[in-house]
Design a protein around this ligand. Structure first.
Ligand code: MLT
Length: 410
């Protein structure tokens, strides 16, 4: 058998396993080091009581004749959950029938790419969550890695750096019939696009007959009420956008697995046919629906009690982010010109070390502080010189990591 030629084009391993490999190598050479991971955005705190109880009771009932259920009628999920998402999280701006429950945002990013095939150009914010680009390469929508390290052929990178407040300066680079991946609150930069910025993005997408894949997985971390939590707060988005979202980061479902995708009725292909219809066809073919136990947890999270728990859990991680920001604003960092971004409406802190290589900073922090971060270059060419700290960690570990950072000689 030959390898799928598109998978063969990927330049290296997926970012997070690579980080884990370096961490393991360091740990085996230094068995006494207590390594603290602020690398991958993996939740650490226990499930909250109301949500956990709902799942436990449902799981128990599955062991009875009356409480047992198998597959759903289709892969789109329990209608009560779809309806609650539309009402509680979108205030009715989308309908229950437009909400498709999934096993997580990452899985849906991969499936969505199949809707448009190998002929489309992928447009990404640079830096970006690696799945957008790597997934595009795998579906054949992009070429191989460029030898100069500036990304993949056939992908349009829109640099988002401190110079443009992490929003693309030039949306005119978006070609016709492209898939535009846009993440807000952003992973990795922690920046949140304003309504005016998203309105500009929607206008650009519509002018180029392109589709936005809007990743709102961190929307529950927005505290500034003026910032949009959904692309569907923007006029015209229903004609050009799909939104993906997740229960992972708001309620700690990274292991439980539950997410959703909104495909509006107005979204059509160039021949006028419905994107939602082909999404249903695709998901019903290759996906059997999200776990019914997980869906009960998602449903519980959307009750008044569940929303209170969600708020408390996200506040916990935001307090970590604040602490990390403070540590990185101390004189050992500021005197070296280090700049700190994000972390106020997002669980990621994005840090620039002017003139340095991000993997070098990663290695030094691992060796000298025993703290794992994520090197910005792993998120795209414009991530070079930056590193990312995740706020997902036990507060006592974050406090310990911050103490070590205070002693770091930049
Ligand atoms: C990360 O950037 O750390 C990722 O978000 C992990 C994930 O896939 O959720």
């Amino acid at each position: 058998m030959k390898q799928n030629e598109h998978i063969a084009k990927l330049s290296s391993g997926y970012l997070f396993p690579e980080i884990a490999k370096r961490r393991r190598a360091f740990a085996s050479a230094h068995p006494d080091a207590r390594i603290i991971s602020l690398g991958i955005g993996n939740t650490t705190e226990p499930l909250t009581p109301h949500i956990c109880t709902a799942m436990a009771q449902y799981a128990q009932a599955l062991g009875t004749k009356s409480g047992y259920s198998g597959y759903g009628d289709d892969s789109a999920g329990v209608m009560e959950l779809r309806d609650k998402i539309a009402q509680v999280l979108y205030n009715g701006a989308v309908s229950a029938g437009e909400v498709y429950i999934s096993d997580g945002a990452k899985c849906d990013v991969g499936r969505i790419q199949q809707l448009f095939g190998s002929g489309v150009t992928a447009v990404v914010q640079d830096p970006a969550y690696p799945v957008y680009v790597d997934g595009s390469v795998m579906t054949g929508a992009a070429g191989g890695a460029r030898v100069d390290g500036s990304g993949y052929e056939g992908v349009v990178y829109m640099p988002c750096t401190a110079e443009n407040q992490f929003f693309p300066s030039d949306l005119s680079v978006i070609p016709e019939n492209a898939l535009i991946y846009f993440c807000s609150p952003n992973n990795p930069t922690g920046a949140v696009a304003s309504k005016a910025q998203l309105a500009a993005l929607v206008a650009a997408a519509r002018a180029k007959k392109s589709v936005i894949i809007f990743d709102a997985a961190y929307a529950a971390y927005i505290r500034d009420p003026s910032l949009p939590r959904s692309i569907f707060e923007i006029d015209g988005a229903r004609e050009c956008a799909i939104e993906i979202n997740s229960f992972s980061k708001p309620i700690g479902f990274t292991g439980v697995r539950l997410g959703w995708t909104v495909v509006p009725k107005e979204l059509t292909y160039e021949d006028g046919s419905s994107v939602a219809r082909s999404w249903e066809r695709l998901t019903n073919t290759i996906f059997n629906g999200a776990s019914n136990i997980a869906q009960q947890g998602g449903l519980a999270s959307l009750s008044a009690e569940g929303q209170k728990e969600t708020r408390a859990l996200t506040d916990y991680y935001l307090a970590n982010a604040r602490r990390i920001r403070e540590a990185l604003s101390q004189s050992n960092f500021s005197a070296a010109g280090v700049e700190v971004y994000g972390g106020d409406n997002a669980p990621y802190v994005w840090v620039r070390f002017p003139g340095r290589k991000s993997w070098d900073i990663f290695d030094r922090l691992l060796c000298e502080c025993h703290v794992v971060c994520t090197p910005g270059a792993g998120f795209g060419p414009a991530g070079e010189s930056y590193i990312r700290f995740s706020a997902f960690g036990h507060q006592e570990d974050v406090a310990e990591a911050c103490g070590r950072l205070a002693r770091f000689s930049v």
